[in-house]
Design a protein around this ligand. Structure first.
Ligand code: ZN
Length: 289
């Protein structure tokens, strides 16, 4: 028996079905599908020269300061973010002492060597910045950037003896079993020994709570480091709010570890800063000066 399908398969010209047999009146065949453009998302840049990479790091650093200023992390002259130089890897770029985070431009940044001496720039650098960041950069060759500030919720949490950042929220899981605590407070950091204690408290982790002082974070990029600081400060705020309101329920160990794997990696940290980076580039174009 010959079926309709057989007919279509055998009656066309050169093996094609005869369109007259199966296209009803008024029927328009669909237009050929245009090829869909590939979907994209921001990715960390690559560089063709060390000068290009240095410029990028300095721009990111100036942008990170602007964000810290906008988010209210400034407290007088306290606080510093550093970025390792891509060529002179024992040196790092840092903010000038006594300058508002909200005003820092690329041209204001100061290059400091491992002995804490200014090797490029004309402004003084905070001794505490040299002691803390010099020790952290020396102890962690993998670290490109380190951030420390006296943000309100970080320093409030730091005053509670032994309290760590708990996995109370998805965001806080980035720090689950991945931050340390420095329990001593012996005054303003003015020597390298104190900096080495702080570096030891960070260990191979991404952050530490410095008792009665504030927070410090590190990252494989300026953007990652800045994001950890921002989200750590906000996670401290969330924890303090939750503790004040009742008895918070923590996320269980396995789920917290799983979540850290999603939100707590180097690329995830870099990526999370991108919306804020876009905001600051649009509102503060002079940061590139
Ligand atoms: Zn400090």
């Amino acid at each position: 028996m010959t079926t309709v399908a057989d007919t279509h398969a055998t009656t066309g010209v050169e093996g094609h079905p005869d369109p007259a047999l199966d296209i009803p009146p008024g029927y328009a065949p669909p237009a050929p599908q245009a090829e869909k453009p590939a979907l994209t998302m921001p990715l960390p840049p690559s560089f063709t020269s060390v000068a290009e990479e240095r410029q990028h790091r300095k721009e990111q650093l100036a942008g990170a300061f602007r964000l810290f200023g906008r988010l209210g992390f400034g407290e007088g002259v306290a606080g510093h973010i550093t970025a390792r130089d891509p060529e002179r890897t024992d040196c790092y770029w840092v903010n000038p002492f006594g300058m508002s985070f909200r005003h820092i431009r690329v041209s204001d940044l100061v290059l400091v060597d491992e002995a804490g001496q200014v090797v490029e720039g004309t402004r003084m650098v905070n001794t505490a910045a040299v002691c803390i960041h010099g020790a952290v950069h020396a102890a962690r060759p993998d670290v490109i950037a380190a951030a420390h500030a006296h943000s309100v919720h970080g320093k409030a949490l730091s005053s509670l003896p032994g309290v760590m950042l708990e996995p109370l929220t998805q965001d806080a899981c980035a720090f689950y079993d991945d931050h340390g605590r420095y329990d001593d407070y012996t005054g303003v950091v003015t020597d390298g020994e104190e900096g080495r204690h702080i570096a030891a408290a960070i260990g191979d982790r991404k952050a530490a709570i410095l008792s009665n002082h504030g927070l410090i974070t590190v990252g494989h990029s300026v953007a990652e480091c800045a994001w950890w600081f921002i989200t750590m400060e906000r996670s401290c705020q969330a924890q303090l709010l939750a503790m004040a309101a009742g008895t918070p329920r923590a996320i269980d160990h396995d789920t917290a570890l799983l979540t850290r794997g999603t939100v707590g990696g180097h690329l995830a940290g870099w990526f999370q800063l991108q919306p804020l980076w876009d905001e600051i580039v649009r509102s503060d174009p002079d940061l590139f000066d």
